[in-house]
Design a protein around this ligand. Structure first.
Ligand code: CP
Ligand code: NVA
Length: 313
């Protein structure tokens, strides 16, 4: 078992914006090593005896299972903490929760609504905090996406990625992740649903270092033209259930289907963080077709989050 560098020890993962391109490369390289070790059945108990608390204020399949299995495979233990069971749900402050949990745990993963809540938790916790999705960002997902793209395409810098759909948490972290790794990204969203300007500005700032081209357009065909990677996500995210019907109308022209991907490169790959709606944002023919890498993408959540935990905790 090779020694891991201490470069990121003690750090939080709140946003990819806080990491340098070489730190992101370290996470992806470590994730590849961990994947290989796991496949070969080699021991990799980097977190023996350590404990991760996992706070969930929203549903989850992949994040919950991959973090819980991941910490176990690293020799540690994961506690599922439903927000409704914690005193947090009865009004105990985030700051007090952070201070108390820091006395028991070695790391906290949290999935919640407001990014500011995750930032507050990290501010008061003495242990690393990992953002497992907020309304604003989904950094763990995008690390897995980058690992998957690199695994299939053999590189990141210089590729062309099209994200088609809602300018949501996934789109935001994708903008930052692509900017940090030199992937040219075009986001196509309808008016009123574009990524937030402060995230686009942060991505443009990050892209200065890598030369990535960051674009936000309205026309999905323009985004997908000659793309190496096509990505989409649900039209109504968790917490937006009441807008589901209205959004279905607005986003109908943004469905990733056989017609749209004709504009992509012949060897394009399709990514979706899942869960997917085959009757909305993507056709069954695309997500279940030969260009789709969504199962590898889901698997890589395990490897990349193990890398994050092993490096920061
Ligand atoms: N992609 C993702 O985060 O999935 P879950 O909501 O199932 O965790
Ligand atoms: N944008 C989606 C991602 C789910 C993993 C949501 O926030 O619900």
């Amino acid at each position: 078992m090779k020694q891991l560098p201490d470069l990121l020890r003690g750090r939080d993962l709140l946003s990819l914006h806080h990491f340098t391109p070489s730190e992101i490369k370290l996470i992806l390289d470590t994730a590849d090593d961990l994947r290989e070790m796991q496949k070969k059945g080699e021991p990799h108990q980097y977190l023996k005896g350590k404990t991760l608390g996992m706070i969930f204020q929203k549903s989850s399949t992949r994040t919950r299972v991959s973090f819980e299995v991941g910490i176990y495979q690293l020799g540690g233990y994961g506690l599922f903490l439903s927000a409704s069971d914690l005193q947090l749900g009865r009004g105990e402050s985030i700051a007090d929760t952070a201070r108390v949990l820091s006395r028991y745990l070695d790391g906290i993963m949290i999935r919640t609504y407001a990014q500011s809540d995750v930032e507050e938790l990290a501010r008061y916790a003495d242990i690393p905090v990992i953002n497992g999705l907020t309304d604003l960002l989904h950094p763990c997902q995008i690390l897995a996406d980058l690992q998957t793209i690199r695994q299939v395409k053999g590189r990141l810098a210089g590729l062309k990625l099209a994200y088609v759909g809602d300018g949501n948490n996934v789109a935001h972290s994708l903008l930052l992740g692509c900017a940090k790794t030199g992937v040219n990204i075009t986001v196509a969203s309808p008016e009123g649903y574009k990524p937030r300007p402060e995230i686009v500005s942060a991505a443009v700032e990050d892209a200065r270092e890598t030369g990535a081209v960051i674009r936000v357009v309205t026309d999905p065909v323009e985004a997908v033209k000659d793309a190496d990677v096509v990505v989409t996500d649900v039209w109504a995210s968790m917490g937006q259930e009441a807008e589901q019907d209205a959004r279905a109308g607005v986003f109908a022209p943004y469905r990733v289907d056989e017609e749209l991907v004709k504009h992509a490169r012949e060897d394009y790959i399709f990514l979706h963080c899942l869960p997917a709606h085959r009757w909305e944002e993507v056709s069954a023919g695309i997500i279940d077709g030969p260009h789709s890498v969504v199962w590898d993408e889901a698997e890589n959540r395990l490897h990349v989050q193990k890398a994050v935990m092993a490096l920061i905790m």
